[in-house]
Design a protein around this ligand. Sequence first.
Ligand code: ARG
Length: 395
Amino acid sequence: MKKVVLAYSGGLDTSCAVRWLKERYHCEVICFSAFLGEVQDKNKLRKRALAAGAKKVYIEDSKPEFSKDFILPALWAHARYEGKYPLATAIGRPLIAKNLVKIAAKEGADSVAHGCTGKGNDQVRIEVGVRTLNPKLKIIAPLRVWEFRTREQEMEYAKERNIPIAVTKKSPYSIDKNIWGVSIEAGVLEDPWREPPQDAYVMTRPYEKAPGKPRYLEIGFEKGIPVKINGIRKNLVQLIESLNQIAGTYGVGRFDQIENRLVGIKSREIYEAPAAEVLLRAHQELEGMVMDREFMHYKEVLSHRYAELIYYGLWFSPLKKALDAFFKSNQHRVTGTVRIKLERGHATCVGRKSPYSLYSEKLATYSEGDIFNRDMAEGFIKLWGLPYEGMGAES
Ligand code: ARG
């Protein structure tokens, strides 16, 4: 091993990993950091990586790439794992894998490394992602192999070697945050019976502290892409960030979930995804207005499968790619506006309109002006039920 590209967050684990990789493999370490949520001070981060022993540091504001190439496909697919979690963490990992591979090629590196633990899904997502894109790269997961068993041991190692570590107070939780949502686990959350304490939440206000007055938002979509809030045009990153802020104030998008991890464990995690919750709902509602029944029902099945693939780390797989083509195929019709009402903890759709609407008031109405031909219903019902006549009497 000569040169390794490390996915570097600036925290204790990856700071120790820089030095540990150098000492253990006598290799050059190149650090890569991607901002998918909060933008950190680039200079500070670079300095910290260099002081830990990095030869070179890449720092990328990846939010535009993240929103366009990762969030949008997940939104179009209506992707949620096990019915709730909108997969914020899971869609961030393939972005990291892709960039590790790209930088490795540019730098002529033979290996990549990451700071994921050995119990979670994220190690799978990064490693399978990297191997799908470039099977020649060697992958090292320092946290799975190194000698440190506790945080204190890592701190000691860092101190001995003058590795600067951020002096932020260690949260009692493990948190992964980006603009599509935040995942929070560990600490008292490991007791599945215990209600998550308020201090565990980082993006949303408690329902009780949400404004008493509801607020309406009009989300404008063009070809499946959310482009406006209340008539004001925004790019995707701005739009998501402002929805996180607004809907977060209303306590929208909180989930408390026991989930089935890929590595076999059941885990309890809480999620906050205010913008994702609003946009998934709005997109789904609009699509419901412009698409036919068969498409919609079949999409539900595929959506479920898609979420599994994403969760399982198969972002770059052929099936995922094919499903993306399916979900993209009708987005040209998903143009229009959805009215969302925010109330304590809820985002409800209360109105929708589209130039591609398939809804016909004249057909639907129970009042004056009805054009639906009831006479045809009788024949239709007879033929529809024909294959089943008598079948229920058998047993
Ligand atoms: N369980 C989620 C997933 O597998 C999130 C994992 C990371 N969570 C965290 N708190 N660091 O996608």
